[in-house]
Write a protein that binds this ligand. Structure first.
Ligand code: 11C
Length: 339
């Protein structure tokens, strides 16, 4: 089976990474259409030896296509339903439909079967949620997670290309003794940390923090897991890091957790403190796996663990996860090539 595939938002950070991953994984494409806003339409993108002209997204962009990968933003609100009406399965990396009960929210290592329940739209979770649940799922299966306390250290590229540019220019300006006022971020990000990602909502938690709570419960099919999050922007380019404390129903030792995680899909355990081995964002970027280290028993409770989890949020946190979902759609839907 080959697929007629549309990528909406093909010129952004996630869209470009989706193209890299489709190539790497040899995704079976019959026809490819690249779309974006009118601002980026006309850009030329090379993919597997062919040159593609980026088109402005319109409802007709989806005619005759099988799968539409939306890289993010508002596009799926505007065109998602039109794509479904034209027979496409939509895989949406934005937060627009994630909490819709009709829309499966999928991380292939955690709840692949949920893809089968789709009614046209499948949502890709938030990047920090994806990275966390890949690590939590095998421990939940083994010992039952009751409570999670997570603090994140999120890279500026989570805020897109403008986030990268703001950090670079602000670092240079600060070193030169010049002012570089914040624009993308609420405060200066150079030589700083900002405990504020996205807008403030109920109880003074941010939207990013609520995403980690609600999306995790939906993906894990367990509203009883208690989750509390603090999300922080840090001045690094790529890969989100997370300090995660869990409390479990059953006792699990650090050694057992290490073995469970080492055997789980999509995870690499890097945990050898004697040799100063632990995951760090500089070395987890451009990788699809989630890296786990600093695995320790929490000595303040009977059954608890601390973990340090790091993953490339543009790859596994967005583009790779979306392409993996497309692979599951192919597997479950047996899409037929449209001539
Ligand atoms: C960030 N997690 O790092 C955000 C970006 O819901 O897909 C992804 C927003 C989302 O700023």
């Amino acid at each position: 089976n080959t697929v007629n595939l549309v990528i909406v938002g093909a010129t952004g950070a996630v869209g470009k990474e989706i193209l890299n991953i489709l190539k790497e994984r040899n995704f079976p494409i019959n026809k490819l259409r690249l779309c974006a806003t009118s601002r980026s339409a006309g850009t030329e993108i090379e993919f597997q030896g062919h040159k593609y002209l980026v088109e402005e997204t319109t409802p007709d962009s989806f005619n005759g296509m099988d799968v539409a990968l939306f890289a993010g933003g508002k596009a799926s609100l505007e065109f998602g339903k039109a794509a479904v009406e034209r027979g496409c399965v939509v895989i949406d990396n934005s937060s627009n439909y994630r909490m819709d009960p009709e829309v499966p929210l999928v991380v292939p290592e955690v709840n692949p079967e949920d893809v089968k329940k789709h009614k046209g739209i499948i949502a890709n979770p938030n990047c920090s949620t994806i990275i966390m649940v890949v690590a939590l799922k095998p421990l939940h299966d083994a010992a039952g997670i009751k409570r999670v306390v997570v603090s994140t250290y999120q890279a500026v590229s989570g805020a897109g290309k403008e986030g990268i540019e703001e950090l670079t220019e602000q670092v240079k300006a600060t070193l030169d003794g010049r002012e570089y006022p914040p624009n993308k971020f609420a405060h200066q990000i150079a030589f700083n940390l900002i405990p504020h990602i996205d807008v403030f909502q109920e109880m003074d938690y941010t939207k990013e923090e609520w995403k980690m709570v609600k999306e995790t419960q939906k993906i894990m099919h367990d509203d009883n897991i208690k989750i509390t999050a603090t999300t922080v922007r840090v001045p690094i380019y790529r890969s989100h890091s997370e300090s995660i404390n869990i409390e479990t129903e059953e006792k699990i030792t650090a050694d057992q957790a290490r073995e469970i995680l080492a055997n789980a899909p999509g995870i690499i355990v890097q945990d050898d403190v004697t040799n100063k081995v632990y995951p760090m964002p500089l070395f987890t970027s451009d990788r699809d796996e989630v890296f786990v280290g600093r695995i320790r028993e929490d000595n303040t409770i009977d059954k608890g663990l601390n973990l340090w989890v790091v993953g490339d949020q543009i790859r596994k946190g967005a583009a790779t996860n979306a392409v993996q979902i497309a692979e599951l759609v192919l597997k479950y839907d047996s899409l037929m090539k449209k001539e």
